[in-house]
Design a protein around this ligand. Structure first.
Ligand code: FES
Length: 368
């Protein structure tokens, strides 16, 4: 045993198939084909082992998990393993009957992705008509009495709509809105120029969040996921490598974070070959960047190393070619200039974006 405490959360990426084409998708460039996905029985076994390991919460995610016709079976398996399930969905394809079946199977909450408060802009960002389906899905979730959260990825094209987005969440009955500034992994990195906001946009959005928090007075939870390109501070990615959660990709690859497969030589294990407790406690992939022994300077001697864990390994690799380097988002990283140059570069303003179109490279994951 490594002595690592057990994970409490698991991201179950049931499929990479998705009806949307979002330019900020953080899934890897190489998506898992539907023919290689774990079967419902395999997911049930993974969830059973996850429950034994100590996992108490799972996001049933994707892609679009509603594309799995056996989603009810998977949800029921989580429920019998004592794991609280939350469905992370675009809302496309959710019907009253499907939701009722999922609730019967034990589903405890729904997190709905929203691209913009304006229907036309939302459809443009998603790359297809989907706003109406989201509105309908929110009403179904509310009518079913399930907790509803909205997941809004923020970028240049929607940051100035923050007030309207919070109002939309309130009118849809959301208890929680996650305002997640775009993290540049996977496909999102390809659209970084079009998605990076201006500092002025971020400052306005931050002020708006503070105003709303005061006004809502705890009646709705507003979570602000920091824009680490702009703050000069590394985020404590995943709460530390192999520290609190794990991800299982659609083909059973087990990862310390959703983007970790991008790190060469990591050799992530697969749940088809190993039990989850071995993967968590003994696999090289989960131990490689666990704790502090892997750290180089400046992280090794940094007073913040127990708070930010050196930042994000995947971002360090993507920007410097060395996954053990300090995350360049940190102002103390010798590579911080890379990020400063990007965050300070004068891009088109939001008005230009609206007029000319953002020039996205849309993702085409398809329905499989
Ligand atoms: Fe992999 Fe941050 S996304 S460690």
């Amino acid at each position: 045993m490594t002595g690592a405490p057990p994970p409490w959360a698991m991201l179950a990426e049931l499929t990479h198939g998705c009806p949307l084409h979002c330019p900020y998708c953080s899934n890897p460039l190489e998506l898992v084909r539907r023919s290689r996905e774990l079967t419902g029985e395999e997911w049930a076994e993974v969830l059973r082992q996850a429950g034994e390991l100590g996992v108490v919460h799972t996001h049933l995610s994707g892609g679009e998990p509603l594309l799995r016709t056996d989603l009810e079976t998977i949800t029921a398996a989580a429920e019998s393993a004592g794991i609280y399930t939350q469905l992370v969905t675009s809302g496309v394809g959710l019907t009253k009957a499907r939701l009722a079946a999922l609730v019967d199977a034990g589903l405890r909450g729904v997190q709905l992705s929203v691209q913009h408060s304006d229907p036309g802009a939302s459809d443009r960002i998603a790359g297809r008509r989907s706003f109406t389906a989201k509105e309908r899905a929110a009403a179904l979730v509310r009518d079913a009495g399930l907790p509803l959260g909205l997941n809004i990825v923020l970028h240049r094209d929607n940051l100035d709509a923050l007030d309207d987005l919070v109002e939309l969440g309130a009118s849809w009955g959301a208890q929680r809105i996650e305002l997640a500034n775009t993290q540049f992994y996977g496909w999102a990195l390809r659209n970084r120029t079009a998605l990076l906001p201006t500092r002025e946009q971020l400052a306005r959005a931050r002020d708006a969040v503070e105003r709303w928090r005061e006004r809502l007075d705890g009646s709705m939870d507003l979570v602000w996921v920091v824009p680490d390109y702009f703050d000069g501070v590394a985020k404590p990615c995943m709460g530390g490598w192999g520290a609190v959660s794990l991800t299982v990709a659609p083909d059973g690859t087990a990862l310390p974070c959703p983007a970790a497969a991008t790190i060469p030589g990591l050799d992530p294990p697969n749940v088809r070959d190993h039990r989850l407790d071995w993967i968590w406690n003994h696999s090289g992939a989960f131990n490689h960047y666990r704790g502090e022994t892997w750290m180089k300077d400046p992280c090794r001697s940094c007073a913040h190393r127990a708070e930010d864990f050196g930042g994000c390994r995947c971002q360090a690799y993507a920007l410097t070619g060395d996954a053990a380097a300090a995350d360049p988002a940190c102002g103390l990283s010798p590579h911080h200039g890379l990020i400063r140059a990007l965050a300070g570069a004068p891009g088109p303003g939001p008005d230009d974006t609206a007029a000319a179109g953002p020039g996205y490279v849309y993702r085409k994951p398809g329905r499989g």
